[in-house]
Design a binder for this molecule. Structure first.
Ligand code: MCA
Ligand code: AMP
Length: 480
């Protein structure tokens, strides 16, 4: 059986990965990652500071290749969320984190740095059928702290192969992306995808529409992004002098969007500017990719295509019974079964049992199916989950952080439609005193405790929050 990162074991001089222009060929990557693996000295769980850097890529390959579990850590996590992630996952080794600003942990993980020039060590690479965990990725729920999603080697390898078949993804592909490397989109699809399939990945080091288009003009064949990125690309292509951006997009073999709904006007704008329809796919941290338009399939706005090969997808009614209708109207919850599913939430058996029932994962996302079998995501069960810039944020975690601030008496958080971010986080606050400088203070507080992408984009001061007889905030009234 082949290893998960097949190409890392097999290729040599072919370019493997570059970040902001610094790159490694497969042989160099294998050697440097082998040295990381050797340095782990048998550790089973390893957290890596997930800066968009070549060092992170080498560390990730080294950890996976050594048969350990990788916990990618968002380097911008605030104090309390970082403490949560590290105490929940209890890594034995921590790679790449700065010396200062880390919480005191007992036992504290051993520290390791990546040396790109180091050589030696073997990448044993557990095989791709292995049920053992490859990754723990933290994801938000409606309430409480983010949960660690445990993903096996089997889930990753099977899903990448299925996606490769659907997108005709080959060794000739050069993937361009500027996604964060601590989520499934940027890490599994964006980094492990090319390293399994033998293509190369050129990470931009961050996202910038002009740079993305320049790399596409310079040989990139595919672009992976969230809708906010396509919004910014469309805007840049339309702006005076934006011809080069449109040209870059036009040359790509595939423009792929995921992590949040791509609004129809954004789809139409890119189509008008480039002649290319953006290909949409639907995934989730717990399931990897479930539905996708195929490379040779028709692309229609708002449609996420058909089930990924080997993945079963069902539409369920309120009672949990399967909906057979393909009428483009009957709405149900999406449930998924297949080798792509996660193994469970770390340390959270009850939370796992709630969503994983009889082998089916209940996504909480609502969809309809067209007569030709194309799926359309129309919303989600939980109104307390916000997708902002492609990041999932639970209203509850932001509310808890706000309530920790001395100037806040009561707080409620909602998501509102936003042309750039899809949804923006709005905080409704009953203050405990004067409101001077309150907004700035609260935004900075959430960014420092949780992460900057969880900060409210707007703070609205109210005298009281509308509550029902049980004291629960009626968020529909706030939204109105
Ligand atoms: C701003 N910043 C602050 C503050 N305000 N920092 C501290 N305190 C503040 N008060 C900083 C930010 O950290 C950032 O710094 C800069 O200012 C701009 O921040 P922001 O406006 O929030 O973001 P952006 O730069 O405009 O980012 C837009 C983006 C980003 C690039 C689209 O949202 C993004 O990368 N989204 C991708 C999310 C994703 O990958 N989701 C996948 C999960 P600096 O510029 O230095 O960074 S979903 C998934 O994986 C499933 C499986 C799926 O289906 O794909
Ligand atoms: P995450 O938990 O961060 O992995 O986000 C997964 C969620 O993103 C899904 O449950 C959906 O709500 C949403 N999502 C992902 N891809 C799409 C898409 N193409 N269209 C609409 N929503 C999507």
């Amino acid at each position: 059986m082949a290893p998960v990162l097949t190409a890392v074991a097999e290729l040599d001089g072919t370019p493997a990965v570059s970040v902001a222009g610094r790159g490694l060929a497969y042989g160099e990557l294998r050697e440097a990652a082998g040295a990381v693996g050797w340095g782990l000295d048998g550790a089973a769980r390893v957290a890596v500071w997930a800066e968009p850097s070549l060092e992170f890529c080498v560390a990730a390959v080294g950890v996976l290749g050594a048969g350990a579990t990788l916990v990618p850590v968002n380097p911008r996590l605030g104090r309390s969320e970082l403490r949560h992630v590290l105490t929940d996952s209890r890594p034995e080794v921590l790679i790449g984190a700065p010396e200062h600003g880390l919480p005191n942990l007992d036992p504290s993980p051993r520290r390791l740095e990546v040396d790109l020039t180091a050589r030696g060590g073997e990448l044993a690479q557990l095989d791709a059928e292995d049920e053992r965990p490859a990754l723990i990725v933290y994801t938000s729920g409606t309430t409480g702290r983010p949960k660690g999603v445990v993903l096996s080697r089997r889930a990753i390898a099977s899903n990448l192969d299925a996606i490769a078949a659907a997108w005709a993804w080959t060794r000739d592909d050069v993937l361009v992306h500027g996604l964060p490397l601590f989520h499934v989109h940027g890490l599994v699809l964006g980094l492990f995808g090319p390293l399994r399939l033998g293509g190369s990945v050129r990470h931009l080091g961050g996202f910038d529409p002009t740079v993305a288009a320049a790399v596409l003009r310079d040989g990139g064949t595919m672009l992976f992004g969230v809708p906010t990125m396509y919004h910014r690309l469309g805007r840049a292509a339309e702006a005076p002098g934006g011809g080069e951006v449109a040209d870059g997009l036009r040359r790509a073999r595939l423009l792929v969007s995921g992590s949040a709904p791509l609004p129809a006007p954004e789809f139409e704008r890119i189509l008008r500017l480039t002649g290319q329809g953006v290909l949409e796919r639907y995934g989730m941290t717990e399931t990897l990719m479930n539905l996708t338009v195929r490379a040779d399939g028709p692309r229609r706005p708002g449609r996420v295509g058909v089930p990924v090969p080997g993945v079963e997808v069902r539409l369920l009614d309120e009672a949990g019974a399967e909906i057979a209708a393909c009428d483009g109207e009957t709405m149900g919850e999406i449930a998924v079964r297949g080798p792509n599913l996660f193994s469970g939430y770390l340390n959270r058996p009850e939370a796992t049992a709630e969503v994983l029932r009889d082998g089916w994962f209940h996504t909480g996302d609502l969809a309809t199916r067209d007569p030709d079998g194309y799926w359309r995501i129309v919303g989600r069960r939980a109104t307390d989950l916000i997708k902002t810039g492609g990041y999932k944020v639970g209203a509850g975690e932001v509310e808890a952080a706000l309530l920790d601030h001395p100037r806040v008496l009561e707080a409620a958080v909602t998501g509102e439609a936003d042309p750039d971010l899809g949804e923006r986080i709005v905080a409704w606050i009953v203050p405990s005193g004067p409101v001077d400088g309150l907004e700035r203070a609260l935004v900075a507080h959430v960014a420092a405790e949780l992460a900057p992408h969880k900060r409210p984009r707007e703070v609205r001061v109210v005298e009281q929050l509308p509550r029902n007889a049980l004291g629960k905030v009626i968020k529909q009234q706030l939204r109105r």
